[in-house]
Design a protein around this ligand. Structure first.
Ligand code: SF4
Ligand code: SF4
Ligand code: FES
Length: 245
């Protein structure tokens, strides 16, 4: 019987920044793991192999493994990205993995983006604001497909936090809403069901924690794994808010 053999792959060295903030004796330190690469290996697969073979207590987050849930953001060789969508073949043989900065560290590569996102959402009130009580017996209002498409395009944000991790202003201002927040305002501003005016939006993003704190260096645009048009949206929202001020 023929047995399948696999050509030896590259020898990978994966360095993971490990720290457990729940353990008072834990200090941040790099842990190094050696793996053999094979075709189609993602960082998700590599981390699973590391946990299975060397470090059963390694902490990292994955849910969908398909770039949809936004839970696997981490800093890969200095650049924020989604581990489940990153093939090791696109990286050099030495790979460093660190948790996303600015979010609460749970342990190793696992951070709490949810708490940050909830705070931002509450400050910006990222939900449809209707002034009238909806009539449940009325026919649904029609929306032009082109407009629905535009809204859908901005709704593709998966709240992974990569844009915040790449943002210089977010490092200086704790309450800066970041590209993720400005993109949400752009999305609700487009939505005809949201009856807020630009003056209302100005109340939540018309300061240095909002659109006027953005330095337009566009790290967010470069790293967004969903390729959202952040550059265009931030510039557009800034122009609109300048006209209100
Ligand atoms: S805007 Fe892009 S990078 Fe930022 S949270 Fe949304 S998907 Fe992630
Ligand atoms: S362009 Fe603005 S939101 Fe994007 S990374 Fe720079 S400062 Fe942050
Ligand atoms: S595991 Fe869901 S985006 Fe990576």
């Amino acid at each position: 019987m023929k047995t399948e053999t696999r050509a030896p792959g590259r020898a990978l060295t994966i360095k993971v920044l490990r720290h457990n903030p729940a353990d008072p004796d834990s200090q941040p330190q790099w842990a190094s793991f050696e793996l053999e690469e094979y075709e189609g290996m993602t960082l998700f697969i590599a981390l699973n192999e590391i946990r299975d073979r060397f470090a059963p207590d390694l902490q990292y987050d994955f849910v969908c493994r398909a770039g949809i849930c936004g839970s696997c953001g981490m800093v890969v060789n200095g650049r924020p990205g989604l581990a489940c969508r990153t093939l090791t073949s696109t990286l050099p043989a030495e790979i460093t993995l660190a948790p996303l900065p600015l979010f609460k560290l749970i342990g190793d590569l696992s951070v709490d983006t949810g708490e940050w996102m909830r705070g931002m959402s509450e400050r910006l009130e990222t939900w449809v604001h209707e002034q009238t009580t909806p009539d449940i017996h009325a026919l649904e209002e029609r929306m032009e497909p082109e407009l629905a498409e535009e809204i859908y395009e901005l709704d593709r944000c998966i709240e992974c936090g990569c844009c915040i991790a790449a943002c210089g202003t977010a490092r200086m201002r704790e309450d800066f809403v970041g590209a993720v927040g400005l993109n949400k305002i752009a999305r609700f501003r487009l939505d005809p069901r949201d009856q807020r005016t630009d003056a209302d939006f100005y109340q939540v993003i018309g300061d240095d924690n909002g659109v006027f704190g953005c330095m337009s260096l566009l790290g967010c645009h470069d790293v967004c794994p969903k390729d959202l048009p952040l550059q265009t949206q931030i510039a557009f929202i800034r122009r609109k808010m300048v006209t209100v001020s």
